[in-house]
Design a protein around this ligand. Structure first.
Ligand code: F0G
Length: 353
């Protein structure tokens, strides 16, 4: 199949017309990777376990799904500037798509708290980046306020076009499997993505494209788990900076997704996230720490649900962003390369072969 980008591919199910300029980087159509050893690693060896590898989108995260439509609709409306608060990935995506559209892009990031790869992306695409002295929630509050008074389009997931096109992730999964999975595991930060996938599954069942919908299984980091705790968190803490969010914008919608699907939203510790991140890497799949929360969540869930340990259910874990986004985290977890002399003997000596 030729890559066309999501607006062309799912045009009939998106709010676009012939008048909508299509701003695309040929996003979507990401791999649904079958796993090798991960099912065993999570303690449920018979699962049909797939990884929706969203890191292979053009800017390296799932954000491109929603950004293509948000920027296209902004262009259709004649907007010349967009603004976003971000833990990194949204800013990278907004910067790239705005560059493509020839628009100005303003980014507010929590100072000192976003991964290096993401920052470099926003900057190289020419976004005007401001490091807010506060956390993501403070930055989003500022974006909302500026959006109210200035001629600039907000492209955070409070922009409904973002969620609208992110739902295509669910379409792709069903199109590929021929049915919805039994369980859908997903990291939760600002809660837009769980909202979008649930919308996608619901639309597909209404269209008769699948006969069931999955249980939506959302995972926050323990130190940034407002939905699990039932209250906003003033000073969220986690190594998974992408989901370091204390007051999610789509909180209510995430609860709806959880309850309507009879799923759950739980929390995993930073250590559990890191273990899943390393296990995925050992299987050839490099994602960023926040993404590994979905797999960490699956492992945790299997522990408390022995029935799943024996089941052959179909499970999809979404890996939301590429590991290259956060090279510093990867390097902090592994030994440094050893210095050797450039001789065969030296290398054989090191290897013992
Ligand atoms: N995983 C990654 C890699 C993310 O970047 C994000 C969110 C999430 C998961 C959580 O998704 O917010 O829809 O629940 N990143 C946003 C950003 C907040 O600014 O890049 P969510």
């Amino acid at each position: 199949m030729t890559r066309t980008g999501l607006i062309h591919r799912y045009r009939a199910l998106l709010p676009v017309s012939e008048r909508t300029p299509v701003i695309s980087l040929q996003e979507g159509d990401t791999p649904l990777l079958p796993t090798c050893r991960m099912a065993e690693w999570v303690g449920a060896p018979h699962l049909r376990l797939f990884l929706k590898y969203e890191g292979l989108n053009p800017t390296g995260s799932f954000k491109d799904r929603g950004m293509t439509l948000a920027i296209s609709k902004a262009a259709e409306a004649g907007s010349q500037a967009v603004i976003t608060a971000s833990t990194g990935n949204t800013s990278a995506s907004a910067a790239a798509y705005a560059a493509r559209a020839g628009m100005r892009c303003v980014v507010l990031i929590p100072e000192g708290q976003i991964a290096l790869g993401k920052l470099s992306q926003a900057l190289i695409h020419g976004a005007e980046v401001f490091a807010v002295q506060g956390n993501f929630d403070d930055a989003l509050t500022m974006v909302r306020r500026v959006g109210e008074v200035a001629p600039i389009t907000i492209v955070n997931s409070i922009n409904p076009f973002r969620i609208e096109c992110q739902k295509t992730g669910a379409f792709e999964i069903v199109d590929e499997l021929g049915e919805a999975p039994d369980y859908h595991f997903i990291p939760v930060g600002n809660a837009g993505n769980i909202t979008a996938y649930w919308k996608g599954y619901k639309e597909y069942i209404a269209l008769g494209k699948c006969r069931k919908v999955p249980k939506m299984m959302g995972w926050q980091a323990e130190g940034a788990a407002p939905i699990v705790k039932g209250e906003a968190i003033k000073d969220p803490k986690t190594i998974a900076t992408a989901i370091k969010i204390g007051n999610p914008a789509s909180w209510k919608e995430a609860l709806e997704a959880r309850d309507e699907s009879k799923g759950m939203i739980g929390a995993v510790s930073d250590d559990e996230i890191v273990q899943a991140y390393l296990a995925l890497a050992r299987e050839g799949v490099f994602c960023e720490p926040a993404s590994a929360a979905s797999v960490a969540g699956l492992k945790k869930f299997v522990r408390s649900n022995p029935a799943l340990a024996l089941s052959s259910a179909t499970v999809v874990c979404v890996l939301t962003g590429h590991g290259l986004k956060d090279p510093e985290r990867a390097l902090a977890l592994v030994p440094k390369p050893k210095s050797v002399l450039p001789t065969v003997e030296a290398i054989r000596g090191e290897l013992g072969i």
